[in-house]
Design a protein around this ligand. Structure first.
Ligand SMILES: Cc1cc2nc3c(=O)[nH]c(=O)nc-3n(C[C@H](O)[C@H](O)[C@H](O)COP(=O)(O)OP(=O)(O)OC[C@H]3O[C@@H](n4cnc5c(N)ncnc54)[C@H](O)[C@@H]3O)c2cc1C
Length: 370
């Protein structure tokens, strides 16, 4: 995305280790409408209006909005479209080429990107590391690794989801320890997956068990994908001439694991800063990016990470109790009318006012959110 914006006015080289963008797939594709730029609208395969959240003890909270709150993307098509746009705008693409390191020595006129397969090096005034969860650019720059890494796995099952406007989320330490499992509509398939946290919790083991649920009986597996999600971002995503966006910057959302919207927003802000900097290196430092992403979504990521700490401290029984408190008519109405999966913490003060019993789950942490 950043490449597409910058290629209009600058010389841009995209280095992609795989032969094709968006492959292998590592995403369920659920995103708010604000995370889908107009050029990518054809990648939308489903529109979601509500969620059913299932507690470990069998209680179900149903949130049903009147309008579309989320879209499901064909992520492969989305990535390909963004890549083609950048190339159409003039970016040069080196596919099948791995970045093995970036050196940014202040006394040199440019940063140096080292390429694998003996392909040599590239000199560049700015390097944008959009190289995902295990970012080589992040490591080269010495920027902070994620506080936590979730591991995810999902399958596409043959057949449309029974209720194609709803996502189902399943909580519980026996279902998806440290996160949740999902079943979401994705056009003519149903996408079922989960993330876990903690080395001992192997996602494939939990998915195998989860897929035995009666609602998935007889649905053939069409494809399978897995990957990791880095959460808990450091305060800076810039070091000298190296900048990070998306998962490389650990910008995925701690409560939902979603990284598409923050990746796109981060790319937009990053390219703005780079463009200004290249026109006026003395007056517009690259470090401005840190203020912009922090103000746009960084504070929300930080608050959401604190809410996640409360979530991680809940036993299955407490998760059930907390979910039931969200079923109070006034709380449910508030969430249905104003709930936003990009900014879940925005409602925390109002939710706590309506359901003060929620504070019992972690009084100190919850106080810090108010
Ligand atoms: C199972 C699962 C489900 C998910 N579901 C959702 C969801 O529903 N909604 C949502 O918003 N988010 C979801 N996410 C998170 C989302 O996929 C990521 O946050 C998002 O893909 C991050 O985009 P990115 O461009 O930063 O990184 P990536 O999508 O990982 O892209 C990085 C790119 O860099 C390339 N690359 C990596 N290293 C190098 C290198 N050294 N040299 C050259 N190229 C390199 C890769 O090949 C890749 O093309 C999910 C993640 C998982 C694992």
């Amino acid at each position: 995305m950043a490449a597409a914006r910058l290629a209009r006015e600058r010389s841009v080289i995209i280095v992609e280790e795989h032969g094709e963008p968006g492959v292998p797939l590592q995403c369920a594709g659920l995103v708010t409408p604000r995370g889908v730029p107009r050029f990518a609208e054809k990648s939308v395969v489903a529109r979601v209006r509500g969620a059913r959240i299932h507690s470990p003890m069998g209680f179900t909270l149903t949130i049903e909005a009147h309008d579309v709150r989320a879209l499901v993307l064909d992520r492969r098509r989305f990535d390909r479209t963004a890549f083609e746009l950048a190339v159409d705008e003039g970016a040069q693409a080196l596919t099948g080429t791995r970045v093995t390191g970036v050196a940014d020595v202040q006394s040199s006129p440019a940063a140096t990107v080292r390429l694998g397969n003996a392909s040599g090096t590239i000199e560049s005034s700015v390097v944008i590391g959009a190289d995902g969860p295990r970012s080589v650019c992040r490591e080269s720059a010495g920027l902070r690794p994620p506080k936590q890494v979730l591991r995810g796995i999902q399958v596409d099952l043959e057949g449309e989801k029974a209720d194609p406007e709803f996502v189902d989320l399943f909580l519980g330490w026996k279902v998806a320890p440290g996160f949740f499992a999902w079943s979401i509509p994705a056009g003519d398939v149903t996408r079922v997956g989960l993330c876990t946290w903690g080395r001992e919790h192997v996602p494939a083991t939990f998915l195998k068990k989860f897929l035995k649920a009666p609602e998935f009986a007889g649905m053939a597996e069409m494809s399978r994908a897995s990957g990791s999600i880095p959460i808990g971002a450091g305060r800076s995503a810039v070091d000298g001439r190296i900048m990070l966006v998306g998962d490389a910057a650990c910008h995925a959302k701690p409560l939902s694991g979603g990284g598409i919207y923050t990746g796109i927003k981060g790319a937009e802000l990053c390219s703005e800063v780079v463009s200004r900097h290249l026109s006026d290196p003395g007056g517009s430092p690259l470090s401005d990016y840190d203020d912009l992403w922090w103000d746009s979504f960084g504070q929300e990521l930080s608050r959401a990470f604190r809410i996640r700490k409360v979530f991680l401290a809940l036993t299955d029984k407490k998760m059930d109790q907390a979910l039931r408190l969200f079923d109070e008519p006034e709380v449910r109405r508030l969430v249905e009318e104003r709930g936003d999966i990009d900014r879940p913490s925005a409602l925390s003060a109002e939710v706590l006012k309506l359901a003060p019993k929620l504070a019992q789950f972690s009084p100190q942490l919850i106080k810090s959110l108010l």
